[in-house]
Write a protein that binds this ligand. Sequence first.
Ligand code: SF4
Length: 373
Amino acid sequence: MNPLTGETFAQVLVNWQKQHGRQTLPWQHTGDAYKVWLSEVMLQQTQVRTVLAYYARFLQAYPTVSDLAAAPEQDVMQLWAGLGYYTRARNLHACAKQVVARFGGQFPRTVAELESLPGIGQSTAGAIASLAYGVQAPILDGNVKRVFCRYYGIEGYPEQTAIKKSLWDIAEANVPKEQPGVYNQALMDLGATCCMPRNPACSACPVMHTCVALRKGTVGLWPTPKPKKARPELHFISLLLEDARGALLLEPQTEKGVWQGLWAMPFKACSSQADLADLSRIATAWIEQFGLQALSTEIEQQLAGLPDQPWLVHELTHRKMHFKVLLVKVPGVWPGCHAVGDKPVPKIVHKLLDQVRVLAQGSVPQQNTLDLG
Ligand code: SF4
């Protein structure tokens, strides 16, 4: 409700749409459900500017839904080529066939019947019903979600079930009995011309006096972006086996993953709580595998200090890796050792090597993790 005029949100928008909204888009003011549906499907993931040319070509090729239904799918796909998201084109064709087969070539009028057709969700059904038939049906596409989140001050990612439900409740409560099509068009126009994702034109917005986000100064923060997934934290024990030349034991990484195709030191996943017994089991396997029996006393001494060694932390975009390092120096030239510069190695190899050398010089830090940057 506008405190200055006493008008409802819907009344303000309807009046604004008539004066300032978009009036010349070719699918407006037609009352033709086929044209409204075609434009709505094309606009689902594509900008108006791009849609205009495709829309005109489609209507020229298929002036009615029956023409579209009768066309070979290959021709429809060909005409759609370049618009992307080709599932839309397949659904478009399937929908046209069903409109002909189930509804005699006339798009149904109710949201429930419209939603039963391929590629038509609740918001598209609401748009067709309200814009073509004047049915009091709400819409809630991405633009409208943004407007509602800001105007009503809804925090939380709009695709979360509870938030989405609140937004649908708002959409249903607001859609007026009179001129629902003009109101829904106003919402779309507001999202496209005032309440844009970036740099919204709030000073030109018809509901600026009652907008929660504008009052709170949080326009740029809403809608709440998609929450980032927590990065998994992975823990490893690694073997830095260095021979007399300073060459390092490196193994080709053949398994699918971030290091596939590179070479890296032997490493094994372990628990963040790994104790001496756990680490010893892994080290024993390495002693066997790499023929290090003659060095087992030295390795056991190293192992004893490992539980107290800080985790060396390596951060990647999608994961955070923590390493404990078993540094073993072997005499002479050792099989499987390569100069680090001779092989493609991930950055972590250099970092671990540098850091372990620092630690080996006795400057063990107090904290129990060490960020490798
Ligand atoms: S005042 Fe700004 S943020 Fe609020 S609804 Fe209008 S354009 Fe969107």
